[in-house]
Design a protein around this ligand. Structure first.
Ligand SMILES: C[S@@+](CC[C@H](N)C(=O)[O-])C[C@H]1O[C@@H](n2cnc3c(N)ncnc32)[C@H](O)[C@@H]1O
Length: 165
């Protein structure tokens, strides 16, 4: 496990450059779980995702062990995204051969490139939090925060419009 580099300001957690720099300083085997690990979440995830065949989208995977631990627990269809290129390359190296069903993409959660209805479940652990670090009143967040969070949610919920009659 590595604590990585701490930024000078909280706002840096909202910058891609920060994450690229942080992951560049770590080895491909470094891991760090923000907030909670799979052990803490397994019970609720079993309840919310009873079908191990579910297609799962991991939004801002980082080098967390969540996807790996879920895979070991039988959730094989996990597509991982993160906007840090260096991180995604590291994770591909680490898991590519050992966990072939898992996929890894450099992608911004505000602009997902997948087709509508490609997934049954979307998981965000700590990613929206990283987009909410711009200083401001939590009861009246800056426009940028509102825009970023709405974009992520809209993308995760994107559906094929049913034809109008
Ligand atoms: C606080 S870390 C959480 C990592 C992991 N989900 C965990 O639980 O440990 C936030 C992660 O989200 C990624 N991230 C932040 N904003 C993003 C965005 N707009 N699109 C994709 N990834 C993003 C960062 O590169 C970083 O890996």
């Amino acid at each position: 496990m590595s604590m990585g580099v701490l930024p000078d300001t909280n706002e840096a957690y909202g910058a891609k450059e920060y994450w690229d720099q942080r992951y560049s300083q770590e080895t491909e085997n470094s891991d760090f779980d923000w907030f909670k690990s799979y052990k803490d979440l397994a019970e609720i995830l079993h309840e919310l995702i009873p079908n191990r065949m579910s297609r799962i989208l991991m939004l801002g995977c980082g080098n967390s062990k969540l996807s790996e631990d879920m895979w070991e627990d039988g959730y094989k269809h996990i597509v991982n995204t993160d906007y840090s290129k260096v991180l995604v390359e590291n994770m591909k190296q680490r898991h590519g051969e050992a966990r072939p069903e898992m996929e890894w993409y450099e992608m911004d959660v505000r602009d997902l490139k997948f087709d509508e209805e490609s997934f049954d479940v979307a998981i965000d652990k700590g990613t929206m939090d990283a987009m909410m670090t711009i200083k401001g009143d939590v009861w009246d967040p800056p426009e940028q925060v509102i825009r970023d969070c709405n974009k992520e949610v809209d993308e995760a919920l994107r559906r094929v419009e049913s034809p109008s009659r």
